[in-house]
Design a protein around this ligand. Structure first.
Ligand code: ZN
Length: 351
């Protein structure tokens, strides 16, 4: 669970005032990390070391996040909606990838939710492929740069997604949610070259570019994702993007059929906002954390969830791009597209 989660009158007021009338009746969150503390490979005494890097390796802050945690929180902050979920593990070296995958597979299957498998760098995916394909809840792959030896900064797309994984995904029309690696993100020439090659070589992969290509600031998105706009099998997810300019840019660039909502839970349920200062993004946090920026004085700020800040930015962008006719577009973004990408399996899982 996220430390100190609570839902109070002020949060409810935000929901009622800003979201209740405009959010679709149905929401499918297609970007959720779940794991249990048994998946951690480090002892509690080492948490202090890893928490300095990023919220995702701050295990004092979030030691585990179970499927039940997720569904309880979503039901709390999004009342009166039909909520659906799809899951994957937490892809960091401090988490045992196999245990994390095993938890996701067994738990999502038992609860009848779609899930994505995290492939390893050198794993022959065809070896586990058969049993995954037999599972009616398996919909795709979620590779990640931090699972690559030598650290996330050095990873290229082929390190995250080897030939066996690409061929497997292509052969079976799978969804692949791709976290763009390398510091330069979509501006990196190698990333662009690899992406184009993969899209052309494996045309049946249903690619979802996570976090709009890791564009958390307008400077990250302007002119950088345009080369992907005409590929039919390339969509973008909005996970953790809280900058309305980024989302409006995306909405103007591609049809709403190519935009998929995801929250990036559990961090989405913490209080704060991803803020942009001088073309860099920072986690503004309610309480001081080594990976965030926070006021030194207690009680100085009045924050709601990152999740709500995402909805706020998305709805703001929607109004400016789609105007009064936003309803159909928002339904596409919030559930129809993810369902369609999952194909027949999605129809059955979420019938
Ligand atoms: Zn994520």
């Amino acid at each position: 669970m996220i430390a100190e989660f609570h839902f109070d009158q002020k949060d409810r007021a935000v929901y009622e005032r800003e979201f209740a009338a405009r959010l679709p009746h149905r929401i499918l969150d297609n970007h959720i990390h779940i794991w249990t503390r048994e998946c951690l490979t480090i002892p509690r005494s080492a948490y202090a070391v890893y928490k300095t890097y990023k919220p995702w390796t701050d295990y004092d802050f979030m030691e585990e996040f179970t499927l039940e945690d997720c569904e309880n929180l979503a039901g709390t902050i999004l009342p009166d909606r039909r909520l659906d979920f799809s899951y994957f593990g937490l892809p960091f070296p401090q988490i045992d990838r196999e245990k994390s995958n095993a938890y996701v597979v067994s738990h999502a299957t038992a609860c009848r939710r779609a899930f994505y498998y995290m492939p390893g760098q050198f794993e022959d995916v065809s070896a586990v492929g058969e049993s995954l394909l037999q599972n009616p809840y398996f919909v795709g792959l979620k590779p990640y740069p931090d699972l690559v030896q030598g650290g996330g900064d050095r990873a290229g797309i082929y390190d995250m997604l080897n030939r066996s994984a690409l061929e497997f995904a292509d052969r079976h029309d799978l969804v692949v949610i791709l976290h763009i690696p390398r510091k330069g993100r979509m501006r990196d020439a190698e990333n662009r070259r690899e992406l184009l090659e993969i899209i052309r070589t494996y045309p049946h992969i249903r690619l979802i570019i996570a976090h709009v290509g890791r564009a958390f600031c307008y400077a990250d998105v302007e002119g950088t994702i345009d080369f992907l706009k005409d590929f039919e099998n390339v969509s973008f997810d909005t996970a953790f993007v809280q900058d309305a300019d980024v989302l409006a840019y995306l909405m103007r660039l591609v049809p709403s059929e190519k935009i998929v909502f995801g929250s990036d839970a559990p961090l989405a349920y913490a209080r704060g906002k991803d803020v942009v200062i001088n073309n860099r993004h920072y986690y503004a946090t309610e309480h001081p954390a080594p990976w965030g920026i926070a006021p030194a004085k207690e009680g100085f700020v009045d924050f709601t969830y990152y999740f709500y800040e995402q909805l706020r930015a998305l709805l703001f962008a929607s109004k400016s791009v789609y105007g009064a006719k936003e309803e159909r577009h928002l339904e596409n973004i919030f559930y129809r597209n993810a369902l369609r990408l999952m194909g027949e399996k999605g129809e059955k899982i979420y019938a």
